[in-house]
Every structure is written in structure tokens, then in C-alpha cells.
Design a protein around this ligand. Structure first.
Ligand code: SAH
Ligand code: SF4
Ligand code: F3S
Length: 471
């Protein structure tokens, strides 16, 4: 969960005046309307909140640090699992008291739940003023003007969730939290229809921004002080702007002067090409980290999931990656308890985890999403069994992560300093290109600096290092 912080937002320099984007400098902001955004879900949603902040600040709104001080509260939501939705619904209830205290306060629900549940949210939670899905953020100012209008009686609660199949927000300047890494969505939507997944229904069809437009945004990011970018898409490998594929785009981004590191997420194993892996290998600035969600180690279950690859195909991709990239950070997502997953299928997933030795894995219990194909499948796995399977993989992966981290002791690597370590005032932390976090004793190294370190220890998932003295 992220909030756009008033004190940390980057002062934007959208030089193209015709563009939608913030014009006010936060510190000298005198306009009365304040907004607060809280974000749930994936990095794409975080980026979308930055876009919405850009649209609002472009119209003179100011960010607020706390919901209590805001005139407009926005909750950008996620539908990927039932638990994610429940968290948001509970959080929304906590804003009800604020609305009772201040009837002028406007509360809006954005994102994937807005798209999925639409008007239902307004019916079930009458204190919500408007609901806007991911393709309709351009309308937020009109919506706010509507709900703020004098004729409130005649401007009922608003709900917008049309799919705009071409919307990429290419001309909107996001307001970002100042830092080292900036997210940049290069494509939106998903055409894959994995049978368990709600994303294609809430995010619509795939569409890509032009490479030129992405490069312009990245140049602006360099001017704003960012040194690392993460290119985002539900399946970046299907990026296509009519001329360039994702490998072309990555190579172009890596050439932008001032960018030190380029990352990306997420890759669908069926589309991960040798060309892309070669581009990563050839460009020092493109980080050797691939998030490659396997979901299951059983070909039978992968077919039921509509993933379009077998266990063997996945293992072949891993081999290809490791042929070109060394070292490489390889991370994954796994779903346990998919309908029909027998003990034998699960054992195949366990064996695959053992064989591949991922650097880390996000393991999820299957959660049926209404409207998806898998939600109609029989052979439901019990909640207790899902928990057991989740725990087994998590325990195994933890051991693998620890052992792989211990093997790094004594090795050298370069970290990009991100700031103070969370646990200690006298340490800073940064990431290796493989995305592993390294903590080093130091208080003066500035954010955004690349430093060569030697790994001297590993405790659980955290690595400890010391700075190598450069001659
Ligand atoms: N586009 C990405 C992932 C998007 S969702 C991809 O294709 O890999 C992030 C992760 O949530 C997925 O990789 C999957 O592991 C998990 N997930 C999606 N739907 C789910 C569901 N219904 N139940 C449990 N986990 C789910
Ligand atoms: Fe969902 Fe599959 Fe698309 Fe990923 S590729 S967003 S898991 S449908
Ligand atoms: Fe969630 Fe929507 Fe992202 S469902 S994972 S916020 S695309």
C-alpha cells in the first residue's frame, strides 16, 4: 500500500505545455483543494496513482499528507484476490466516519475494483461519491466538478468504467515520489486470459505506448534526478508499437543519457524471447533480473490455467536465460490449490522450485475470481490444503534463498544506493542488479550512487556488504 506524500513529490518539469500535468510547485501551493490517494495492488496501480496525481495537480489540487486533511480521498484498488478486495472494503469503511464529520469531503474509488464492481460499490457504500475504472482517469476533474457542483441534487453519484481500448495516458505527466527508481508503464491491459485471472477483465485489451513517447518520459525523469527506471506491463514481452518490440525498447531506454539502470516487469514465460535475453546480456545498464511467473510445475495444471507453456518449456527458458546471463536474479509467482491440483501436481511444483532455485518466489493461494473461467471449475482444493501447500513451498524457498545468499559471501557486486536501511540509522541499503538487497554500514553515501561492495554476510534474505575502496 502506498500513499503519495506531499513532502516528497517531485517538482515536475513537464516542458510540453499542451500536456496534462502538474503546474504548481507544492511548496508554494495556495489553492484550497487537497487530495489524498491510497494505493493497493501492483506497480501498475502505483503508476496509475501517480498519473491521477498528475492530472489533479495540473488543475491546481495539492497533495495532502493525511486523509483527515483532504477534500478528496481516492482509493486505488486491486481485485486480483478476494483478500485484496476485502482489505480495501474494510479500509473504505474507516473513511465513513470522516464523511459523517465533513459531508463536503469527496471519496472516490479508482482502479480494478472500480472496474469490476462498478455501481455496486456506490449502492453498498453510500458514503462513496464516485467510482472510476482504469481507462477513465482523464475524466476525474469533470467528475470532481460534478460532485462539487452547487446542484448536487441533480448531479448524482458518478460511476465510469468504459473500456477505452486506446488509452495509454501517453500525454499525462505523473507526479512521482522523489527517489531513485521511477515506474514507467509502457503498455496497459492483457490479452492472455489465464483462467484464474481477473486482470484482462478489469484492465481491458493490450495497448502499447510508442517507443518515442516512452523515451521522452525517461529523458524528463533524468532531468528530475531519477537514475533507475522500471518499465511496466502485465506482459511486457508483448509490447509492440507498430515498429518496435520490447527488446528494441529496452535497448533504446538503456541508451538514454543519465539512466544508470533499467528494470522491467512482468515477463510471461511463453513470450520471453532469446532476442530479449541477448539484449539484456549486451547492455550493462539493463539489470540481470527477470521476474518469470511459473504459476505451477505441472503441465496438466498449466494447461488448465491456459498458460500456453509446459513444465519443460519453462525449464528450457530458464536454461536459455542462464546461458546468457550470469549472475541473474530469477524470481517467480506460484499459485497453490488451483482447482484440480492433485498432490502429484503439487509435488511437481515443489520439484520445479528445487530444480530451478529461484532467488525468491511469491506464493499465493488460489482465489476464485467471479467471471473467470476457473471460477466455474470443480475439484476445489480445501482451504486447509492450500495453506499446507503454501507453507511447504515458502519453507523450501526460504532455504533456497538463504543458501543462494550464503554462496554470495566473498563476492563483489555493484549496488545502487536507495537510502537508509529500515532497521538501522547507521546503515544504508541498495540493490544489486539481480534485485537482491544489500545493507552496508555507511551514513554518507547519497541516494542514487552506484557503489562497488563485497558481500560479507547473509542473514535470512538480507545480504550485508562493505564498500570496496576504489584506488
Ligand atoms: N501479469 C503478470 C501477473 C499479474 S497478477 C503475469 O502474467 O505473470 C500477479 C500474480 O498474482 C500472478 O502471477 C499470479 O501468481 C497471482 N494471481 C493472479 N490471479 C490469482 C488468483 N485468482 N488467485 C491467486 N493468485 C492469483
Ligand atoms: Fe493475468 Fe495471465 Fe494476464 Fe498475467 S498474463 S495479467 S496472470 S491473464
Ligand atoms: Fe491488482 Fe489490478 Fe494490478 S487487479 S494486481 S491492481 S492490475
Amino acid at each position: 500500500m502506498f500513499s503519495v506524500r506531499a513532502d516528497e513529490t517531485s517538482k515536475q518539469s513537464c516542458r510540453h505545455t499542451e500536456k496534462v500535468g502538474p503546474k504548481n510547485n507544492n511548496s508554494s501551493c495556495t489553492l484550497p483543494m487537497k487530495y489524498f490517494i491510497e494505493t493497493y495492488g501492483c506497480q501498475m496501480n502505483k503508476y496509475d496513482s501517480e498519473l491521477v496525481a498528475g492530472i489533479l495537480e495540473g488543475a491546481g489540487y495539492c497533495p495532502s499528507l493525511r486523509p483527515e486533511d483532504a477534500d478528496v480521498i481516492l482509493v486505488n484498488t486491486c481485485s486480483v484476490r478476494q483478500h485484496a478486495e476485502q482489505r480495501v472494503l474494510q479500509r473504505l469503511n474507516s473513511f465513513k466516519a470522516l464523511k459523517l464529520e465533513r459531508p463536503d469531503l469527496k471519496i472516490g474509488v479508482l482502479g480494478c475494483m472500480a472496474q469490476r464492481l462498478g455501481e455496486k460499490i456506490l449502492v453498498e457504500k453510500p458514503f462513496i461519491d464516485f467510482v472510476i475504472g482504469p481507462d477513465s482517469y482523464r475524466n476525474i476533474l469533470q467528475v470532481l466538478n460534478g460532485v462539487h457542483s452547487e446542484q448536487r441534487e441533480s448531479s448524482p453519484k458518478i460511476f465510469l468504467n468504459e473500456y477505452e481500448s486506446k488509452e495509454t495516458y501517453a500525454d499525462v505527466c505523473p507526479v512521482r515520489v522523489r527517489g531513485v527508481n521511477a515506474w514507467v508503464a509502457v503498455m496497459r491491459g492483457c490479452n492472455n486470459y489465464c483462467t484464474y485471472c481477473i486482470v484482462p477483465y478489469v484492465r481491458g485489451r493490450e495497448r502499447s505506448r510508442s517507443a518515442q513517447n516512452v523515451i521522452e518520459e525517461i529523458r524528463r525523469l533524468v532531468d528530475e534526478g531519477f537514475v533507475e527506471v522500471t518499465l511496466l506491463g502485465q506482459n511486457v514481452n508483448s509490447y509492440w508499437d507498430g515498429e518496435h518490440d520490447f527488446a528494441d525498447l529496452l535497448a533504446m531506454v538503456a541508451k538514454v543519457e543519465g539512466i544508470e539502470r533499467v528494470r522491467f516487469a512482468t515477463s510471461h514465460p511463453k513470450d520471453l524471447s532469446e532476442k530479449l535475453v541477448r539484449v539484456i546480456a549486451e547492455n550493462e545498464k539493463i539489470c540481470n533480473h527477470i521476474h518469470l511467473p511459473v504459476q505451477s510445475g505441472s503441465t496438466r495444471i498449466l494447461q488448465l490455467m491456459n498458460r500456453h507453456y509446459s513444465r519443460e518449456d519453462f525449464l528450457a527458458k530458464v536454461e536459455m536465460i542462464r546461458k546468457y546471463l550470469n549472475p541473474v536474479g530469477l524470481t517467480t509467482d506460484i499459485i497453490v490449490g488451483f482447482p484440480g491440483e492433485e498432490e502429484d501436481d503439487f509435488r511437481q511444483t515443489v520439484e520445479l522450485v528445487r530444480e530451478v532455485e529461484f532467488d525468491s518466489a511469491f506464493v499465493f493461494k488460489y482465489s476464485p475470481r467471479p467471471g473467470t473461467r476457473a471460477a466455474q471449475f470443480d475439484d476445489v482444493v480445501s482451504a486447509a490444503e492450500k495453506t499446507r501447500r503454501l507453507e511447504e513451498i515458502n519453507t523450501l524457498q526460504k532455504e533456497i534463498t538463504k543458501s543462494k545468499n550464503r554462496q554470495l559471501i566473498g563476492q563483489r557486486g555493484v549496488i545502487l544506493v536507495e537510502g537508509r536501511s529500515k532497521k538501522s540509522e547507521t546503515d544504508v541499503m541498495g540493490r544489486l542488479e539481480t534485485n537482491k538487497i544489500v545493507v552496508i554500514p555507511n551514513t554518507i553515501l547519497p541516494k542514487g550512487k552506484l557503489v562497488e561492495v563485497t558481500i560479507v554476510g547473509a542473514d535470512g534474505v538480507t545480504l550485508f556488504g562493505r564498500v570496496n575502496h576504489q584506488n
